[in-house]
Design a protein around this ligand. Structure first.
Ligand code: MOS
Length: 747
């Protein structure tokens, strides 16, 4: 598989923030974390720490020249705690020293007295005490109350899903370098360069043009650097600004796992009603989101939970309520799927319970209720494709769901000590930021005099291959070879007011902007050529680096054309912006057309459980995914495989364990189990062929987040295998379904 940075990654030569050669005199910073989850600072004495050898300065909330505020959606998060302490790991002070070792060593010398109070860790408990962020929101269509009496079967219950640590390879990192004009340049490992810029300007009391943010590339992010890179960049900038010296701040793995936010845990109540022939008539659900100590992105994530209440299904009567609950844990944040997976898990739980009540396989309910073109979603958008049913049918055609079920039943009949289970997991994920104004991007394209091309966009390359996709867009638009096109770093002085690279929209938004900028350059070149040769602009093409007039070669290469144009003072650079057309959402009605299109696919997951040791295993996953006309099939395949494994990890092995004091206990990769190569099932991926043209770039559909949600099927496949051992086993929906839980379930 070819990724832009593949060779650099392979050789370990790709430079991340921590690898940037630092300017002379660079200092190192270590935050001082709160040891308690809930309390008030009574004394914070930095004098002994400041005396420690190598320590240059210790900064606290009092040293912040601007606002001590980094909250993005809601201003409820101080950069450094001033009085209230709200979670273990919250930064209380920043020690800056001439070595990282000295900065870290001085932490134990901070004189700290905190009056501590009992922490609140459970979202339902927080809700009961009125500790919520924003108001609860409800999406509704039809009338569930009138639908219940019409149902043949109604079941209800509770479903819980745990949080998830991002485990990006590169931990949170920043390097801040003071500028000679009093501003600061910050190298930040962030998905949101502009958010970092705006926040640093606020914290330091500067104008945004005094803050430059440069993002070389990220070693993974998965949402964990959408809002949560900001604090570390702002701390480094604060120290650099105050001291007039470069300051580097890199979290160790354990610090990162302990202090930073993760996927939101959810606790939910559901009720579902079906007709005799397995049509879902009504669905009611309440989502309690564990937001942690401050809002961070929680309100936006909560909103996406509501948008994905019904996943791939059409349900005529729906009422979904979601509430964000404030607890004393590090603020939970974006993670691939952004609240959508949490909603989909609950609906699959409801369907599984309903299937048991009806005595039919869950797949029968799933297949019968897939959303069709023109069906209305609970948020008022009419569904615009047939992809869910087409992916389902294609999966069935390729793998024969009934035959799989029969094969598994036969296996289970013949084997006493191992049982297999099966689940189908359809996914339908809205593509666009649900905050409509974020759906914009820009691109700055330079054609150099040798014909090579350099592109700056708002897109941050974090391993997902967005740079390769944008290069493909430029090469195809200009009619030149891919190797001529290079992506530059993401920098707020080249492309301003960037939306985060998130919401699976990076390639679409920045690809569109790049295409428009390339078209501008192309238009100038064609106009000059047409004038020179006395022909029409429309007659001129560039194909495979050759200039054509009609079907005739003009004996002019791309390289020659560029030098020719430069000598005639034709512009060879262009800047273009793009805003997704036709999307809108009215929060007062909770209705609109928030998405440009939906990312769609279906997975068939087979699991087995070892009855003696209780160990579950995902054996195989077969996927049909609608990628539209893939811009880069190898990148898309990699994204699907990676997303799937991340989803399987969330559902089966990755378990966040906290002490009653609010301290994370699973704080290393020895105690927090991410799936490894040994846990990888056989994965078969087919792209839905001749998919209908979507609103993505050049006929392609996004592939970033949706595949994670295939992993939800792992939970239900394992549960199916457990029920093959014990048909009397009560259904339980409490993810992750770890080996400990399967072992206990087998009794
Ligand atoms: Mo992504 S979870 O939208 O950063």
């Amino acid at each position: 598989m070819k990724h832009d940075d593949a060779l650099l990654h392979l050789r370990g030569a790709a430079r991340y923030v921590r690898d940037i050669p630092v300017p002379q005199g660079t200092l190192h910073a270590a935050p001082v974390p709160s040891p308690v989850a809930h309390g008030k600072i009574r004394r914070l004495d930095a004098s002994a720490a400041a005396e420690h050898e190598g320590v240059i300065a210790v900064f606290t909330a009092r040293d912040i020249p601007g606002q001590n505020q980094i909250g993005n959606i809601i201003p409820d998060e101080p950069l450094l705690a001033a009085e209230d302490v709200e979670y273990i790991g919250q930064p209380l002070a920043l020690i800056v020293a001439d070595s990282l070792e000295a900065a870290r060593a001085a932490r134990s010398l901070i004189g700290l007295e905190i009056e501590s109070f009992p922490p609140r860790l459970d979202p339902r408990e927080a809700f009961a005490r009125g500790e919520i962020i924003g108001a609860p929101r409800t999406f509704a269509q039809g009338d569930v109350d009138r639908a219940w009496p019409l149902c043949h079967v109604v079941v209800s219950g509770r479903a819980d899903s745990g949080g998830q640590e991002h485990v990006y390879l590169e931990t949170q990192s920043a390097l801040a370098v003071p500028r000679d004009d009093g501003g600061v340049k910050v190298y930040s490992a962030t998905q949101s360069p502009t958010l970092v810029q705006r926040t640093i300007a606020r914290v330091l009391g500067l104008a945004m043009h005094q803050v430059e943010v440069e993002v070389p590339r990220l070693g993974g992010a998965f949402g964990g650097k959408e809002d949560q890179a900001t604090a570390w960049a702002a701390l480094a900038a604060l120290a650099a600004f105050r001291l007039g010296r470069p300051v580097k701040l890199i979290l160790s793995r354990q610090e990162d796992v302990r202090w930073t936010g993760k996927r939101h845990p959810y606790s939910s109540d559901y009720k579902i009603g079906l007709s005799e022939d397995a049509k879902i008539l009504a669905y009611e659900v309440t989502f309690y989101q564990n937001a942690g100590a401050s809002a961070d992105l929680s309100p936006a994530i909560l909103e996406r939970t509501l948008f994905h209440t019904t996943n791939s299904y059409f349900i005529p009567h729906v009422r979904a309520t979601a509430v964000s609950c404030r607890t004393h844990l590090p603020p939970f944040t974006a993670f691939r799927g952004f609240g959508g997976p949490q909603a989909m898990f609950v609906l699959e739980a409801a369907i599984t319970r309903a299937a048991a009540a009806l005595g039919i396989p869950a797949a029968e309910i799933q297949g019968k209720n897939l959303i069709r073109r023109d069906d209305e979603l609970p948020y008022g958008m009419r569904f615009e494709s047939d992809s869910p049913a087409r992916c389902w049918d294609e999966l069935d055609r390729r793998h024969d769901l009934a035959a799989c079920r029969a094969r598994i039943a036969a296996f289970n009949h013949d084997h006493a000590l191992t049982k297999k289970g099966l689940a189908v997991m359809p996914v339908c994920f809205g593509i666009s930021f649900t905050t409509t104004y974020l759906n914009q991007a820009a691109s700055l394209v330079h054609v150099y005099t040798d014909g090579s091309v350099g592109i700056s966009t708002a897109a941050v390359e974090m391993g997902q291959g967005v740079h390769r996709k944008i290069r493909r867009v430029a090469a195809r638009t200009l009619g030149i070879e891919l190797d001529r096109v290079r992506m530059e770093s993401t920098n707020t002085t080249r492309v301003a007011n960037t939306s985060p690279t998130a919401a699976s929209s990076g390639a679409d938004l920045n690809g569109h902007a790049t295409r428009l900028a390339c078209l501008q350059i192309l238009e100038s070149l064609k106009q000059a050529l047409a004038a020179e040769h006395g022909c029409l602009v429309e007659q001129i093409y560039i194909d495979r680096e050759e200039v054509l007039r009609g079907h005739e070669r003009m004996d002019l290469s791309w390289k020659q054309l560029v030098s020719w144009a430069y000598a005639r003072r034709i512009p060879l650079s262009a800047y273009a912006s793009y805003a997704t057309p036709g999307i809108h959402f009215d929060k007062s009605k909770e209705k609109g057309r928030p998405f440009a299109y939906h990312g769609v696919g279906t997975a068939l997951i087979e699991a087995s459980v070892d009855g003696l040791r209780g160990i579950p295993r995902i054996d195989s996953v077969k996927i049909v995914h609608d990628v539209g006309q893939s811009l880069d099939p190898a990148i898309d395949r990699g994204q699907i495989e990676g997303g799937l494994m991340q989803g399987i990890g969330w559902m089966t092995s990755e378990e966040l364990v906290y002490s009653p004091e609010g301290k994370i206990l699973s704080d290393s990769l020895a105690t927090y189990k991410v799936p490894d190569i040994g846990a990888t099932p056989e994965v078969t991926i087919a792209f839905l062929e001749d998919a209908q043209p979507p609103a993505g770039i050049l006929g392609a559909k996004t592939v970033g987040e949706p595949p994670l949600m295939y992993g939800i099927g792992a939970y239900f496949a394992i549960l199916d295998a457990l029920r093959a051992f014990r048909p009397d086993l009560p259904l339980f929906f409490h993810a992750p379904l770890t080996a400990e839980k399967t072992f206990k379930a087998l009794g």
